[in-house]
Design a protein around this ligand. Structure first.
Ligand code: C2O
Ligand code: CU
Ligand code: CU
Length: 848
């Protein structure tokens, strides 16, 4: 061992090597005296003192880092392993951009075996000190203390890290290159390879986690040692990272941090704020940056052209008015109402489009070719009969209703073929655009898709009064718009086209159709006058999100959400609705002249991150899988781009272009045909005392503000399913790690409780979260207090990747029993992204 090193000599050596590099390549030196380069990042750390020790703990050398880089002196490699430890130094925290000055007790570590050091020297690789290698070092040292041999200690520790901090935390779901790494120059602008990109992502994510936990940036070193402590027995047992007295799940917190970092990065990509190296890094991680950016531009261009075409078209069908059912008790004004819905198959529906029509056999209620509307009053005693004429079990779930569990129409109380059920309940909640749909176990998606769903407009004294006082458009200026995407077989021109359901592998991720139906027609038109018109805009799609906007960029006003009117109307340029979400909007057509036309569109947006992932296909898998550990493999670097457009992506690529989530879409057209002076002046604030005005705060909770946690994740069906390649992977969709079990109650809630639910999305796609029998209020998204339309009552709300949405709601004492919470992408729900919550009195709650 060369012990000639002092810090003076190290700096000489640094200067010498810088000089040699500077004078152009004659720097090659004899193999046995190759200095070893290192990078130290938690943010590139400047001025850290780095100590190199051999296996006996003897100090071999010390050196100092400069902007995250350091160089170890020339040395003979003859110790079984080496450890590197740092103290002091400073860096900029990646998550907060705050400067951090480290103390003598704050630092990073790594541990390298003799052969690792030799291999790095020979290949001129850079060794890396990161939060992850720090935890790793602690684990290896512990294992050595416990008498394990070095190889076992190292292998086991890598496995522990992989299980706890890598598997299940990857923002792009399990990617083969997302593996433990203790080498790489993490300070360089350009990553060497996929593994390095992921390792850097993980190192930066540590800062995000600390920020998300509400800790100051320098607490990252505490967090690192807490994780190390927790992992020393080989598993994560839960550890109180933020010091709030409750244990945190490190894998979850870290996974969310990684998803958050990924979201941040893609936002920067969209805004053109990423460097070339950062873009290269995203691409290496399997993200299709080209499609992400250009896809949006292209899609907007296509939409603009389509809008021009439809604005000029003379062949748009007329918007269907959805038929309102008649109260069977013959008295529309008594406090009770009866309706019967018979679910039928084989109802021939004519689909009108700008390019002609066709017939599609659908499943409908009461053989009506259109979805039905029930319009009723708050306080009415309802009798709603389901007559199931389908060949399979069905139910009717009353979506958004606060009603008893046995009347809720969940999958737990199926109605068999040719059976009937009377749903009886009294509506006691504010006026709202509610709806109903079948909810049988594992077949909800199909039955809704085939055409079974209806609208339930609940009115109350508040809405009646506002309408009578001309503060809310009503009558023929109050229109339901039911938006659904569907896929048909055959082609335009065929007389009959059947609905196709779940016919590609991708459909399991959420059934998307390329044809958008509005009240059953494609791009219909509606004649309007130069006044305020109110629309109840329903997203009754299985999986599609829309970003509704007017084609000329005009603003419109959102006056209500799922659960009723907004206290104060909110003017917007667009409104995004996930599956099952609704809004009431008011469009002011007074700025137009008769003869003008304007379209309702869905603007393109970057939808599923899933669709932006390059390595979903079989071909890309095998390539990524094979040699991901090989640094700078030119083939992999070169082809990761083509892989994204290559064979593996074809089905998704073409789907995406045509109709993927986020594609720009023409929805319908408004034809301004009549001059009419305005009689309505829209309310600016709801009358005092209106129930819908109430807003819960954390102080209202009945459980001291304890937040009930829900974590939405996606994973591969089989272990390593993706890495095994070959075709599309089957994804699993879970909440709190669990797939729906009809015999398991997941959450127990005291009747009458007011609770905060925290819903976190660690998966690469947005999920609309829904729970039965409750209307929530959104408190915050990623810690930012709710504003605007988020102030409305909600039974369904979108949770974006990496997002944590906190909601508060009251579980009414009358609503006891078992209810569902689930993702309202119906294919996710059918696949088990659902759970039960039981509302009961305390005595009941323990009983399962
Ligand atoms: Cu519309 Cu269980 O939901
Ligand atoms: Cu529901
Ligand atoms: Cu989902």
């Amino acid at each position: 061992m060369n012990i000639k090193t002092t810090s003076k000599m190290v700096s000489l050596s640094l200067i010498a090597s810088a000089f040699l590099v500077g004078c152009g390549g004659s720097a090659s030196v004899e193999a046995e005296v190759t200095p070893l380069n290192g990078s130290i990042i938690k943010g590139p750390i400047d001025n850290a003192t780095i100590t190199l020790k051999d296996a006996t703990g003897r100090i071999i050398a010390t050196t100092t880092s400069s902007k995250g880089k350091f160089q170890l002196p020339e040395m003979d490699v003859n110790s079984e392993y080496y450890t590197l430890e740092s103290t002091n130094g400073n860096y900029e925290d990646e998550a907060t951009k705050l400067p951090v000055t480290m103390s003598e007790t704050q630092g990073l570590k790594t541990l390298l075996s003799k052969s690792e050091v030799e291999a790095m020297m020979n290949s001129k690789k850079t060794l890396a000190m990161t939060p992850e290698t720090t935890i790793y070092t602690a684990l290896v040292q512990e294992a050595l203390l416990n008498g394990k041999d070095l190889n076992t200690a190292m292998t086991e520790s890598k496995n522990v890290i992989t299980t706890a901090l890598i598997d299940g935390t990857s923002p792009l779901s399990a990617m083969p290159g997302d593996t433990f790494l203790n080498e790489g120059d993490f300070t360089s602008a350009f990553p060497e390879d996929q593994s390095e990109s992921f390792a850097r992502n993980r190192a930066i994510s540590m800062s995000y986690m600390v920020r998300d936990l509400g800790l100051s940036p320098d607490k990252v070193f505490d967090v690192i040692s807490k994780i190390s402590e927790d992992l020393k027995d080989g598993t994560l047992d839960g550890v109180d990272l933020d010091g709030d007295g409750n244990d945190d799940n490190v894998t979850e917190e870290f996974g969310l941090a990684r998803a958050n970092l990924f979201q941040d990065t893609t936002t920067k990509l969209r805004n053109g704020e990423l460097s070339e190296g950062q873009i290269a890094e995203l691409q290496l991680m399997g993200f299709d940056t080209d499609r992400f950016n250009n896809g949006l531009v292209d899609s907007q261009k296509e939409l603009d052209e389509e809008v021009q075409k439809y604005l000029a078209s003379t062949t748009l069908p007329t918007l269907n008015v959805l038929p309102t059912m008649v109260d069977e008790d013959g008295n529309e004004t008594d406090a009770q109402a009866t309706y019967t819905l018979s679910a039928n198959t084989d109802v021939n529906v004519t689909i009108e489009t700008p390019d002609g029509s066709w017939v599609t056999p659908m499943w409908r209620y009461n053989n009506n070719p259109l979805p039905l509307v029930i319009r009723t009053q708050r306080g009415n005693a309802m009798t709603l009969n389901l007559d199931n004429k389908l060949a399979s079990d069905s139910t009717i779930h009353w979506h958004g209703f606060k009603i008893p569990a046995d009347m809720d129409g969940g999958p737990d109380i199926p109605v068999a073929p040719n059976e009937t059920k009377a749903y009886t309940f009294t509506m006691d909640q504010p006026a709202a655009p509610l709806w109903f749909h079948p909810h049988p176990d594992m077949e909800t998606g199909k039955q809704v898709y085939m055409g079974l769903a209806g609208v339930y407009l609940l009115e109350d004294n508040i809405t009646k009064t506002l309408e009578a006082d001309n503060q809310l458009p009503s009558g023929d200026k109050d229109t339901v718009l039911l938006v659904q995407d569907r896929r048909f077989d055959g082609a335009v021109g065929d007389a009959v086209r059947n609905l196709t359901y779940m016919d590609t592998d991708m459909d399991a991720n959420g059934m998307l159709g390329d044809t958008i139906l509005v009240n059953g027609s494609v791009v219909p038109k509606q004649e309007v006058s130069t006044t305020l018109h109110r629309f109840r805009l329903y997203n009754v799609s299985n999986a599609r999100n829309y970003k509704f906007a007017l084609s000329d960029g005009s603003k419109f006003t959102v006056i209500g959400t799922d659960g009723g009117l907004l206290d104060k109307p909110v003017e917007v340029e667009s409104i995004t609705l996930g599956a099952a979400e609704r809004v009431e909007i008011v469009i002011d057509f007074s700025k137009y002249s008769t003869g003008d036309k304007v379209m309702l569109v869905s603007q393109p947006f970057n939808g599923d991150m899933m669709a932006m992932m390059g390595s979903m296909g079989g071909d890309a898998n095998s390539r990524m899988n094979g040699d991901s550990g090989m640094g700078g493999d030119p083939e992999m670097n070169g082809e990761s781009g083509s892989g994204m457009n290559g064979t593996g992506m074809d089905s998704m690529g073409s789907m995406e272009g045509m109709s993927g989530n986020g594609a720009g879409l023409s929805i319908m057209r408004f034809d301004i045909t009549t001059d009419e002076s305005e009689s309505v002046t829209l309310y600016t604030e709801l009358p005092a005392g209106a129930e819908i005005k109430t807003r819960h705060t954390a102080d209202d909770t009945t459980n001291n503000g304890v937040e009930r946690q829900f974590l939405m994740t996606m994973g591969n069906m089989e272990e390593g399913g993706m890495a095994q390649g070959g075709g599309m992977q089957q994804m699993s969709f879970v909440i709190n790690g669990k797939t729906f079990d009809p015999n398991r109650v997941d959450e127990f809630i005291e009747a009458g409780a007011t609770e905060i639910w925290s819903i976190r999305n660690m998966s690469p796609m947005a999920h609309p979260f829904h729970a039965h029998a409750i209307q929530y209020q959104i408190l915050s998204r990623n810690g930012v207090p709710a504003t605007g339309t988020d102030l409305g009552w909600k039974d369904t709300f979108l949770v974006q990747p990496g997002e944590t949405v906190k909601v508060i709601g009251k579980f009414e004492a009358i609503n006891t029993g078992d209810y569902m919470y689930h993702c309202h992408i119906l294919e996710h729900e059918d696949a088990g992204m659902m759970g039960y919550f039981r509302v009961g009195d305390t005595g009941q709650l323990g009983v399962q």
